[in-house]
Design a protein around this ligand. Structure first.
Ligand code: NDP
Ligand code: 8X3
Length: 249
């Protein structure tokens, strides 16, 4: 039977690549993000391959999250796969000069936003006693790097929440996974550095992971047999050995 996936942060990077990968494999899509024009054009492109519905909400607004997911039409209501992907880094500053608005954004989007979306989707999964939740963590959730402080904290929280979900949802047969990439060439650094020139250098001098590389691993995880759960994946590009060691040309 055709499954339905809800992907947050589907307008860019890893989320958009996952939407393309899932469409190719005939998975119905609920694509979420704030940029409606992008949602519209991705919907138009992917509707040739599968059924697509879009939802526009900011994951920080819990009323909007719950209302949007509650408004899903009958054909898209049963979410089999939840990809909690929306997230970003804001700034790269030492803790003593960190910006409070940046800290709020990272905790509100990466941690609380993921919880709000999960809160809206999990009841359907527990009722049906099936489902798969994939949380996009990060290598930053496993290893703290200089000036990463709050972003790393938010991703460590994502990993702890993932483990908690796996334990609590175990009686319902719901799979819970974390996929944790290292450096991926997306709009991530544009957001982190607020469009500044610093963003241009992050992926220079080596071949970073591409969003499609991560999407393929996500698709692999959601297509394992019923008795197999890929609990946790750490993936780097070949040039990256750790958060701080990257071999450049
Ligand atoms: P992008 O910036 O390319 O994509 C981020 C996505 O998140 C966009 O679709 C954006 O959509 C959405 N988003 C951001 N803020 C909000 C919000 N407040 N409400 C709703 N949606 C939001 O980055 P990536 O694809 O790289 O990032 C995806 C995930 O992967 C993040 O969780 C990130 O932390 C993680 N990650 C990224 C790595 C990297 O090096 N790139 C490495 C490891 C993990 P819109 O603006 O339309 O709302
Ligand atoms: C994104 C990767 O190294 O910029 O999670 O934190 S990194």
């Amino acid at each position: 039977m055709k499954r339905t996936a809800l992907i947050t942060g589907a307008t860019s990077g890893i989320g958009r690549a996952t939407a393309h990968e899932f469409a190719k494999h005939n998975i119905n899509l609920v694509l979420c993000g704030r940029r409606q024009l992008r949602l519209d054009s991705i919907q138009k492109a992917l509707s040739r391959e599968t059924d697509v519905h879009t939802l526009n909400f900011d994951v920080r607004n819990r009323e909007d999250v719950l209302k949007a997911i509650d408004s899903l039409p009958e054909d898209f209501k049963n979410i089999d796969i939840l990809i909690n992907n929306a997230g970003n880094a804001h700034g790269l500053d030492p803790i003593e000069t960190g910006n409070l608005d940046d800290w709020d954004a990272m905790m509100d989007i990466n941690v609380k936003g993921l919880l709000y979306v999960s809160k809206a989707v999990i009841p359907g999964m527990t009722e049906r006693k099936s489902g798969h939740i994939i949380n996009i963590g990060s290598s930053a959730g496993k290893e703290v790097y200089p000036k990463g402080n709050v972003y790393c904290g938010s991703k460590h929280a994502v990993l702890a929440i993932t483990e908690g979900m796996r334990i609590d949802l175990n009686p319902y047969g719901i799979k819970v996974s974390a996929i944790n990439p290292g450096l991926v060439e997306t709009e991530f650094s544009d957001v982190r550095f607020k469009g500044g020139a610093q963003a241009d250098n992050v992926y220079k001098g080596y071949k970073a992971l591409q969003a499609e590389d991560v999407a393929e691993v996500i698709h692999f995880a959601v297509t394992r047999p019923a008795h197999v759960n890929i609990a946790d994946v750490l993936m780097f590009c070949t040039a990256q050995a750790s958060s701080t060691i990257v071999k450049k040309n």
